[in-house]
Design a protein around this ligand. Sequence first.
Ligand SMILES: [Ca+2]
Ligand SMILES: [Ca+2]
Length: 175
Amino acid sequence: MKKASKLVLFVLLVLVLFHRPVIAQILEPNQIFLPMVVKPENTPTPTLTPITPTPMGPTATPIPQIATTGNIQIISIRANGSGTSEPDEYVEIKNMDSKIIQVHNWTIRDIANHVYTFRSYEMQPGQTCRVYTNQDHPEYCSFNYQSSSAIWNNSGDTAYLKDSTGKLIDEYSYN
Ligand SMILES: [Ca+2]
Ligand SMILES: [Ca+2]
């Protein structure tokens, strides 16, 4: 027994000597341990955005209508071209319509019935094109009779513009 109590005393002594700070901390009367409360970060309250349904079907940009007939007018004719074959003669036409007009198979002719048949081409509203006797002008839609001789009589003539159904759209006379 005496030996056992000595051992207990020794253990207590060792505890006191080596764990004084720990014991002091535990026994510190002013220390009050509160449970740590972690404050949540100041996150903004999410605002509710209404879900707008994505429109299906046609896109926002309206597709312009393409007509096959409409108000295209003959604006002017350059009848007196250069040289004897006058390749730089032309008839100038303008799309006065609000629609794009596909002029495929439209025709221009003079009194002597020299016919030019238009290839597939979409004339924009307000666009001006020229039908040259024998010149290629991309800036004027590249319409070209490809005629080796002059078409428009310098003394006077009439141009007839017809749509693909043969309906007379405009005519233009000069003298
Ligand atoms: Ca001419
Ligand atoms: Ca002629």
